[in-house]
Structures are given as C-alpha cells and as structure tokens.
Design a protein. Structure first.
Length: 465
C-alpha cells in the first residue's frame, strides 16, 4: 500500500495570523474570528477534507520587539487581536464528528494542574479528539505580562516544560484507574476512592499533590504536538511528542530534519515512526501554473511590510526597525525562535536581505509555498512525503478559510485518487486517526507510561523523581 499522508489545518484565533496583512484581501474572512460561525464553517471544511486536526496556534503577548513597541503589531494586526484558542473548540466539536483539535498552550505560563483539567474536560466533550501543541513561548512580552520580570532562558524553559509534562502525565495517566467510576446507586458510590490516587509530585518547579479533578477521558493524555527546532527542543520532542511541526524552505532541509528527529526518537526508546513529522506548507493554487504565479504576486501585494517586519522581529528577537531593507540578516544566536532566524541566515543557496525575508515571511510565516495547479501541488506533496519522509502536512493559509476550501476541493481529491490519502476517517479519536484503529491511548514505550508503578492499595503516590 502506498504511503498514507495526514493533513492538519493551521489557524489562530486572530485575523490573518500567518499571512500578515491578508485581512485586507477581498476573499478573507479572518476578521470574523470573533464569531462562532467562522469557526464552525472552518471546522466543517477541514472535516470534509478528512483532516486529522485543526491546529490552533497561540501567543500570550504582543509582538513588541520591532521599534521596542507594540504599535506596528496593533496597526497591522500582527497576531493581534489574539483571542483564546480553547474557547471555540466545543462549538466546533458539536458540528463535527471526527475532526481533532490541537490548541497551543504554553508550558511556561500555564499551571499543570489546571491545564490537565481543561484538556481532560475537552477530551470528554469532544469524545477523544483533543491534542495539545506544547510550546515554551518566545516573546518577552509574554513573560512580563505573566508574572516574570523577564523571559526565562530557553534551556530553562524546556527543563520546566519537561517537569510540567511529568506532572500532567501523572494526573492524566496514573491518578484514576480505568474502573474508578462505578455509578453504584445502591451503595451511594459514584467512584471508588481506593482507585483514585494522589500523585504527590514534588519537583524543582512544581509541587502538585493531586488527585486529578477529572475522571479518565477517552484518550487520557491528549495527542501531544511540538515544534522543537533547537537541539534541546528536538530532544524534548523526541521524548514527548507524537507529532512535530516544522517549517522548511527546501526538501533537503526537511530530509535532514526528519532523519534527525527519527534518530533522536529511537534514542528515547521509541519507534522511529512514533513521532509523525508535519512540515508546514502554503498552497497557492491556480487553474494553470501561470495563473498560480499571478495569484502569488497579487497575494504578496496584500502583505504588510511593516507588519511582517514586526512579526519577524518577534520571531527572531532582532529589532528590524534598525535595519536598512537591503541589509543582510545577521547570523546570531537567539532566545526567540532559532529556526525562524536560521531560515534566513543558514540557507546554503542564498543570503537574504531584510526586504527579501519580509516578502517571504509575509505569506505563511515564511514557510515553503507550493505554487501551481492542483496536480502540481499534489506532485510536490507526494515528493515531500516519499523523498522527504514527511508523514503529513500542516496547511497554512493566505486568505481564510478559502485557502482551506480550495485545497479541500481541488487537491484532496487528487491525493485520494492516487491512493495516498484516506477517503474515510480511520477511527473515532484523534490518536486513532493519526496512528490507526485501536490506538486511542499512548503506547507503553512513551515517557508518560514509565512513571513508576501503582498498586491499588497505595493511597498516595511518591514521585519517581
Ligand atoms: C509550524 C509551527 C508552529 C508554531 N506555533 C507556535 C505557537 O502557536 N506558539 C508558540 O509560542 N510557538 C509556536 N511555534 C514555535 C515553537 O514552539 C518553538 O518555539 C520553535 O519552533 C523554536 O524551537 P526551539 O525553541 O527549540 O528553538 C511554532 C513553530 C512552528 C514550526
């Protein structure tokens, strides 16, 4: 059987979040992100396209690196307004049956005990269709608004996230036995207290006695997504993630990334295929190749130069208001998103000026663009899946939600005809749709399953740390 690919739709609760300035396009409806109708329509499109999940990005602060101010971000809607990613999910779940939802939540600013409850609640309400994009956050403006005097160093953010996950694993996987809830009316017993454990977590960053506030949900642990790009980030992904998002300019860069992630995953005692790799792509479809390139040029005219400079400044940590547009981008180490900077400083084929980087970053946050007819785009998807070893694709948008609609109407049927994309969902839960029927839960080789052993007689659980 030919390799089967997976698809996710990339969105954020903000107008034109990944193509800065596209809110001005006549086809764009992203300014309706404050309406349930927008989310319901988008979810239905993705489910019609048999997507695994809607991946909802998020940031908790403004893009204020550019000119040391939030002005450009406010003026050009640079991922601002930034509404909550969790709130629209119940409404979308009510009008879909199989589509998963992977909201982004920061392990740097959330509290594990409360977050575990939120995601378990959603896993119940969606009947097992919840994922979580685990991020450690890169903006200084997030830190200072959320109780820190400054952004934590990247390494420390990952250390904290690692312990954060240990806490939520204990809550999700080990606090309630499968058969704890018994609904025994005669004995006035809703749940058996002998089967609900404290977790007694005592660590460097968190002390959480537990128990978990929610009885086991269909997947227990939500499907874990991550986008680590630094060596520490990749190790974190290899240990915890079930799928990773990546952003590449080229097939070569993708190949190197996938090989590295697979190797790191195996070192963690997992199977190479336990972490699915989803490169992000921006499809620009025309009825002819020429028309697609004309469309691309038209779309770039809607990109906001200053807005994108502000976005890129936030992504890289460099204040580009001080740059001349024809200046080459400097290769430095950043506490922000190293991968976003490396795209423009470590490209073996070219040196990037700020002006060129902005043109590229303005559409799809700088990710690779697949421009052409639907057939040509399907060809490249197949090439990246087979030669690049991608497991699936994270589809970004220019105008929303019509970029998704065009992709679902024009490209998905070709992928299905070629036998590389499903015509029906595999299972009920998100994890089954990603990994196959019968895999609603994390496999035994995952870090969450290796956190000490339980005995039913134990009232408390001593941390294995
Ligand atoms: C496709 C993609 C989507 C991302 N979405 C978010 C997001 O919504 N919020 C966020 O704070 N970081 C997001 N990131 C950034 C990553 O979480 C991570 O910080 C980044 O890839 C840098 O990794 P590193 O910290 O290991 O260098 C995203 C990255 C990629 C590639």
């Amino acid at each position: 059987m030919a390799k089967q690919i997976h698809l996710n739709g990339f969105i954020q609760n903000s107008p034109s979040p990944h193509s800065t300035g596209l809110w001005k396009h006549e086809k764009d409806e992203g300014t309706n992100h404050n309406r349930l109708s927008y989310w319901i329509e988008t979810a239905k499109i993705l489910e019609r396209g048999k997507f695994d999940a809607m991946f909802i990005a998020d940031v908790l602060g403004t893009y204020s690196v550019y000119g040391d101010s939030h002005e450009a971000a406010v003026k050009h809607a640079v991922q601002l307004p930034a509404h909550d990613p969790l709130i629209p999910i119940s409404a979308m779940a009510a009008v879909t049956e199989n589509l998963g939802f992977a909201p982004t939540i920061s392990a740097t600013y959330a509290q594990p005990y409360a977050l575990a409850r939120q995601l378990s609640t959603l896993d119940h309400l969606t009947e097992g269709r919840i994922g979580w994009n685990v991020v450690t956050s890169y903006l200084e403006s997030e830190a200072v608004n959320l109780g820190l005097s400054t952004r934590l160093p990247k390494e420390l953010r990952y250390d904290r996230a690692d312990e954060f996950l240990e806490v939520v694993y204990k809550l999700w996987e080990h606090s309630w036995k499968d058969d704890a809830v018994i609904f025994d009316r005669e004995n006035d017993t809703f749940a058996d207290p002998a089967k609900v454990y404290l977790i007694n977590h005592e660590g460097e960053f968190f002390n959480v006695p537990g128990p978990h506030l929610v009885e086991p949900s269909p997947q227990r642990t939500p499907v874990l997504f991550q986008a680590g790009a630094s060596p520490k980030g990749r190790d974190f992904a290899a240990k915890h993630a079930e799928a990773v998002f990546t952003k590449n300019h080229s097939l070569e860069a993708l190949k190197a990334y996938v090989a590295d992630i697979r190797e790191r995953t195996v070192k963690q005692g997992r199977d190479a295929g336990d972490v699915l790799v989803f490169p992000m792509i921006l499809p620009i479809i025309g009825s002819t190749e020429e028309e697609a390139y004309e469309k691309y040029e038209d779309l770039t005219k809607h990109v906001s130069y200053e807005g994108t400079a502000s976005l890129l400044s936030g992504h890289t940590g460099i204040d580009f208001s001080k740059y001349d547009p024809d200046q080459y981008i400097e290769d430095v180490e950043t506490e922000a998103v190293q991968g976003n900077l490396d795209m423009y400083t470590k490209d073996p084929n070219k040196k990037w000026t700020l002006r060129e980087a902005i043109k590229n970053h303005g559409l799809g946050n700088g990710t690779v663009k697949f421009i052409g007819t639907a057939e040509q785009i399907a060809d490249r998807i197949e090439e990246w899946a087979v030669e690049g070893d991608a497991d699936g694709f994270n589809i970004a948008q220019t105008y929303s939600p019509d970029t998704f609609r065009e992709f679902v109407d024009l490209v998905v049927p070709i992928l299905q005809e070629r036998g590389i994309y499903r015509t029906e969902y595999t299972g009920k839960t998100l994890r089954e749709n990603m990994f196959g029927k019968g895999r609603a839960h994390l496999p035994d080789n995952h870090a969450a399953k290796k956190l000490g052993s339980f005995q039913s007689s134990l009232r408390g659980y001593k941390s294995s740390r």
